[in-house]
Structure formats: structure tokens, C-alpha cells
Write a protein that binds this ligand. Structure first.
Ligand SMILES: *[C@@H]1O[C@H](CO)[C@@H](O)[C@H](O)[C@H]1NC(C)=O
Ligand SMILES: *[C@@H]1O[C@H](CO)[C@@H](O)[C@H](O)[C@H]1NC(C)=O
Ligand SMILES: *[C@@H]1O[C@H](CO)[C@@H](O)[C@H](O)[C@H]1NC(C)=O
Length: 246
């Protein structure tokens, strides 16, 4: 009887119960065009692809006239295996541009994505000056996990709020740049045009919020439904702060 009543209700309210439809893009003002992913040996694939995979889908669905560079110190494939590791388990990504190509030219870059990973210490000496050099031409910087530590070493987070993955937060913070206002609980943090996410998977929450900010909330909501991703309700909806005992 209850099911019958529900069926009647559904039948009488088709609009309220219809499946999500891909919404139109309404914000056409100065959308970012040139995207870049900073990579280094020992990056964490999910740090990078939590953000990049959603952007791949966004650009396909909306046929965005956007470009994407994988940017590294050298133009050789970059592996998830850190240089100092003897592991044979990992994957490599093809590099399409070097730090120097951007630093020695006015090559356009609107959005820079900085993942973290086990290789950050050896990445910082070349990556931090690259970030510092290109920052003035960027519309947005998106970091995931200890990508925030690489970015902090460029100086652009000084005096700004940011977050980073929480595992070993207390030990980790002895290595973190002190000029940054490191925050937790936080699924992600925004300050001016810099968006920083916590650990790898939180990159999905951050990029969906960023897409909501730039391309409109309906577009972000739709992508969240398509990926069947349980989104954090807001940037401080962070169950992991309790798990890591804050
Ligand atoms: C930065 O964090 C502080 C709390 O530590 C907060 O009061 C302030 O509003 C934040 N600034 C921005 C720009 O979000
Ligand atoms: C539209 O896009 C611009 C450029 O990225 C952004 O600054 C602005 O917040 C967006 N507006 C809306 C309503 O989404
Ligand atoms: C963010 O979400 C959490 C969990 O639902 C909630 O407790 C908190 O009040 C929310 N904060 C804001 C500012 O809406």
C-alpha cells in the first residue's frame, strides 16, 4: 500500500524526480584556457588525477576550447616511483613541456595543478622556482596533499591559509613552511586564487567546488552525480580530522 502511494506520488511529480540533465554552461566570462599539471618522479597518481580526471570529463562534456600540458623539469616520462626507490611497481606519464619552457617565455598558463607524493624533497629545488616564476600569470593554483609543501616553498602561500594531508600532521609541520597559516579540519582551503586540498581523495571535493566557483554550481553538482561521488558538504566537513586525532 505504501509502495503504491509512493508510485502515485512519483507519477504526479515527474519534474521533481527526473534524472539529472547536463546543465548548460552559463559562465562564459574569461574562463581559464591553459591548464598545466606539474609532475615529478614519485608523484601520487590520485593526487594528480583526482583533479585532472574530473577536468578531462568537464572539457569533453562541454567541448571546452582548453589546452593541457604535463609540465616537469625534463621532457622524459615521469614515474610514480620516486627516483631513490628500487620499486618496480608504478606508471609513467608523458611530459609535454618543461619548467624552463615556461620560465624563459610568456607561454600562457591559467591553472596550475600541483600534486604531492613521496618524491617532493627532490622535486622542490626545481619546482618551487617554477611555481614562483609562473604564479603572476596564473588565474588559479590547485594543490593536493603535500603539493601544498612544494607550493609553499615558492613563497606564494606566505601569509595565506592552506591545508595539506593530515597523516603525521604534528611531525610533518616541523618541516612545513612557517609563514603559511596551515589549517585543519579542512577538506580544502581557498585563499585568494590558491586552492589547497587535504589528502589525495579530497582533491575530488576541491575540484568540484572549484568547478562550482568557475563554471557554476549546477555543472559541479552534475559531475558529482555522474561520478557517483559522495561530496563533502562544505570545505570544513572533514571527518578525517577526528580520525587523525585533532
Ligand atoms: C584565514 O584563516 C583565518 C583563521 O585562521 C580566518 O579568520 C580568515 O578569514 C581566513 N582568510 C581567508 C582569506 O579565508
Ligand atoms: C565566472 O568565471 C570567472 C572567471 O573564472 C570567475 O571569476 C567567476 O567567479 C565565475 N562566476 C560565476 C558566477 O561562476
Ligand atoms: C559544514 O558541514 C558540517 C557537516 O555537515 C557541519 O557540521 C558544519 O556546520 C558546516 N559548516 C558550515 C560553515 O556550513
Amino acid at each position: 500500500m505504501r509502495a503504491y502511494t509512493l508510485m502515485n506520488l512519483l507519477g504526479s511529480l515527474p519534474a521533481a524526480f527526473s534524472a539529472p540533465q547536463q546543465p548548460p554552461l552559463t559562465n562564459t566570462s574569461a574562463l581559464p584556457v591553459h591548464f598545466g599539471l606539474l609532475l615529478f618522479p614519485g608523484f601520487v597518481a590520485l593526487d594528480a588525477y583526482s583533479v585532472v580526471d574530473i577536468l578531462n570529463t568537464l572539457s569533453l562534456k562541454y567541448n571546452l576550447p582548453a589546452t593541457f600540458d604535463v609540465i616537469a623539469e625534463k621532457k622524459t616520462p615521469v614515474s610514480t616511483i620516486p627516483s631513490a626507490s628500487s620499486s618496480t611497481f608504478g606508471q609513467s606519464v608523458v611530459v609535454t613541456a618543461t619548467y624552463d619552457e615556461y620560465l624563459t617565455s610568456e607561454k600562457l598558463l591559467d591553472v596550475l595543478i600541483v600534486p604531492g607524493g613521496y618524491g617532493i624533497s627532490s622535486a622542490i629545488p626545481a619546482a618551487a622556482p617554477f611555481i614562483k616564476g609562473v604564479y603572476p600569470r596564473l588565474q588559479y593554483v590547485l594543490t593536493v596533499c603535500v603539493g601544498a609543501f612544494i607550493t609553499a616553498e615558492s613563497g606564494i602561500l606566505d601569509g595565506r591559509n592552506a591545508t595539506v594531508s593530515k597523516v603525521n600532521w604534528k611531525n610533518k609541520m616541523t618541516r612545513a613552511r612557517k609563514e603559511v597559516n596551515w589549517q585543519t579540519p579542512a577538506r580544502w582551503v581557498t585563499h585568494d586564487n590558491i586552492w589547497t586540498a587535504s589528502a589525495a581523495a579530497s582533491g575530488v571535493d576541491m575540484v568540484l567546488a572549484w568547478i562550482g566557483h568557475v563554471y557554476g554550481k549546477p555543472v559541479a553538482d552534475y559531475l558529482g552525480y555522474e561520478y557517483e561521488f559522495n561530496r563533502a558538504r562544505n570545505s570544513t566537513d572533514d571527518a578525517f580530522a577526528e580520525i587523525w586525532q585533532f
